[in-house]
Design a protein around this ligand. Structure first.
Ligand SMILES: Cc1cc2nc3c(=O)[nH]c(=O)nc-3n(C[C@H](O)[C@H](O)[C@H](O)COP(=O)(O)O)c2cc1C
Length: 375
């Protein structure tokens, strides 16, 4: 009998390789990036959230990182439509999400989130709760508008993350991602612009990392040794796109080393454009540097599959800078291990299946109107 199966494309060959993250085997290298959708009234993910995630798992996403979901601390969030990762009804909703994603052949981790000083007092779920952070500052140069956390506050938040991680394992998730990026609570500690503390949690890069490292260690102690812990971080902040945690590889290493030592298995280096070099003198992006400096597995992210150029480049017509070849070259060179896709996957649930099957001409361009519905 003649084998009529066409040879796998380069994209399929590189992206289809399974990978083990601690005790978890993920079927391929495509990750769904965490994206807040606010379709969970009362903080409970329902039927529509289940099908939103499971259809993407069925269509070839190897690992789903859920939208940010609040840990059980009164100041963690500021919306009643963002899902919570505490409470009986909320966790029951999440358990069904995990079950459906597994039935579709995928893997899934919740992104555990505390927004810190970004919170506006008066908003749900706990209207009276103050905004809290390292120094009560929402951004660099701001006047204090919230509460500088006491040791008790710090201990409570550490415990809330650990509880959420233990719950994630108990209700069937495959790991957890800790949201240490984009100017939210953990990042407010990491960033000198918002961390003005003079105690052990402020000062140099290592001191600013202490709070996140304590959370990682508490999470590590609360789950099985083989349960993967992903830590997401970024240079950019939603308060300030130009902000940077680290100006040099040495500064980056000072931040990442204690986190790795505390038990992080995988870093998720969040950038807005994956092809941009992070520091002078090397083509490595933030993910590439993170892997080089820590030896840990790393997820890269940022504008994969977003614009017409990218789609054209798949077809050999567009800018080589954004073509998938650049991404594939970096993956093949082991600069990083996996790639997360945000908006392109929000737009097109079939994105991964199309890319893996060489159906690039069927990819849909991103349109912000897709944010209005959960489909
Ligand atoms: C609607 C939307 C919501 C997002 N929510 C989150 C979030 O909850 N947590 C997070 O870490 N990043 C969040 N992000 C950032 C994405 O995870 C991702 O890093 C970013 O969109 C860049 O990837 P992309 O260019 O593939 O979209 C969000 C992005 C979008 C577009």
């Amino acid at each position: 009998m003649t084998d009529t199966t066409p040879p796998a494309s380069r994209a399929a060959q590189i992206l289809s390789r399974p990978i083990s993250l601690n005790g978890l085997t993920v079927p391929n290298r495509i990750v769904m990036a965490p994206m807040t959708r606010m379709f969970s009234p009362g903080g409970v993910p329902g039927e529509d959230v289940r099908s939103y995630y499971s259809r993407r798992a069925a269509a070839g996403v190897g690992l789903i990182v859920t939208e940010g979901t609040y840990v059980g601390h009164e100041s963690a969030g500021q919306s009643d439509r963002v899902p919570r990762f505490h409470g009986e009804e909320q966790l029951a909703g999440w358990a069904k999400v995990a079950e459906d994603v597994h039935a579709a052949g995928g893997t899934i981790v919740p992104q555990l989130w505390h927004i810190g000083m970004v919170r506006k007092q008066g908003e749900p779920p706990v209207a009276d709760a103050p905004a809290v952070g390292p120094s009560g500052l929402v951004t660099e140069g701001a006047e204090p508008t919230g509460k500088a956390m006491t040791q008790q506050d710090l201990d409570d938040v550490v415990a809330a993350f650990a509880r959420a991680a233990a719950d994630a394992e108990r209700i069937g998730f495959d790991g957890v991602e800790l949201h240490g990026a984009h100017g939210y609570l953990l990042d407010q500690f990491l960033w000198a612009g918002t961390n003005r503390r003079t105690d052990a949690y402020g000062g140099d890069a290592v001191a600013r990392t202490k709070f996140s490292a304590e959370i990682v260690a508490a999470v590590r102690a609360a789950v099985s040794p083989e349960f993967p812990i992903i830590f997401r971080f970024s240079q950019w902040k939603q308060q300030d796109y130009a902000a940077r945690l680290a100006e040099t590889p040495e500064e980056l290493e000072a931040i990442l080393t204690p986190l790795a030592a505390a038990g992080v298995d995988v870093f998720h280096a969040s950038t807005r454009r994956y092809w941009l070099p992070e520091f002078d003198g090397s083509d490595l992006n933030l993910a590439g540097w993170t892997k080089k400096l820590t030896g840990k597995q790393v997820i890269s992210v940022g504008s994969v599959g977003l614009d017409g150029d990218f789609i054209n480049a798949f077809q050999g017509e567009g800018s080589p800078v954004k073509s998938i070849d650049n991404l594939l070259d970096r993956l093949e060179a082991d600069e990083f291990d996996m790639v997360a896709v945000g908006r392109a996957l929000l737009q097109d649930p079939e994105w991964a299946a199309k890319v893996l099957a060489d159906r690039f001409d069927e990819l849909k361009a991103y349109d912000a109107a897709a944010l209005q519905t959960l489909s």
